[in-house]
Write a protein that binds this ligand. Structure first.
Ligand code: HPA
Length: 248
């Protein structure tokens, strides 16, 4: 029996299609009075627990997501690996709307998020190594799936995670560019670090939906983002379905 994989859906990705026997379960966690809703299903032979990060109807903005409750619930559901879907702006030249990328690094620009399970110093080892924030085997599975489907997907890149919910200023993006960021989004952290704290392998597939602030003549169009999102999410669904059987 293959082990359970967690899939965290981002903006525009609220159900895991191609599923059979999708069952909602509620998981109570120490981090909220409300339970987390998790959708269990089989994707082919692979058991999956799906969690829409922003809620099933996008009610929760990035800075209000209860990342600790989500990660805890996914672990309680038996997952040992997580594939996360994130929607981002493109900073590096060529990262235009519609492009996919599997990042290999993160810079965290968020603030005031509950970002650790280790905020009580109780004598246990409460530091994690985070040199390489994403699991290489999972990254490879995503890239192999994109090859198999003939879908272009960039291997590696630095995800700069901002606090949101507003988009960035042009000067902030120039600073992030100088820092080495290739993409910018609002949900990559603390999710990746919390997964590492729990010992869950974690990787991200990022969909570029706009050029980041100040990199084009125009202001950012939310209508254009919605169109790109609709098209891109379908591709990501297929890619995840192809990646699941390749997971170690
Ligand atoms: N900035 C931050 N988050 C985002 C963006 C962006 O330009 N596009 C999609 N998510």
């Amino acid at each position: 029996m293959p082990s359970v994989t967690g899939i965290i859906g981002g903006s525009g990705f609220y159900t895991m299609s191609g599923e059979t026997e999708s069952v909602v379960s509620t998981v109570q966690t120490p981090f909220s009075e409300y339970p987390v809703l998790i959708y269990r299903s089989m994707v082919g032979e692979c058991p999956v627990v799906f969690l829409p990060r922003h809620g099933s109807e996008h009610g929760i903005p990035p800075h209000r997501v209860n990342y600790r409750a989500n990660l805890w619930a996914i672990q309680q559901s038996g997952a040992t690996a997580i594939l996360a879907v994130n929607v981002v702006g493109g900073i590096r030249e060529g990262l235009d709307p519609g492009i996919l990328l599997v990042p290999d690094q993160i810079i965290d620009y968020t603030s005031n998020r509950d970002h650790t399970f280790f905020d009580v110093l109780d004598g246990v080892d409460n530091h994690i190594d985070f040199t390489w924030p994403y699991n290489e085997n999972l990254r490879k599975a995503l890239l192999a799936a994109s090859d198999e489907l003939g879908v272009a997907c960039n291997d590696g890149g630095v995800y700069g995670c901002t606090q949101g919910p507003r988009l960035e200023t042009a000067a902030e993006i120039r600073r992030m560019q100088a820092d080495g960021c290739d993409i910018v989004g609002m949900t990559g952290m603390p999710e990746a670090a919390l997964a590492r704290e729990l010992g869950i392998a974690y990787a991200c597939i990022a969909l570029v939906v706009n050029r980041a602030a100040g990199l084009t003549e125009d202001v950012i169009s939310f209508a254009d983002i919605a169109t790109t999102l609709d098209r891109g999410i379908e591709t990501i669904r297929r890619l995840l379905q192809a990646a699941l059987p390749k997971l170690p």
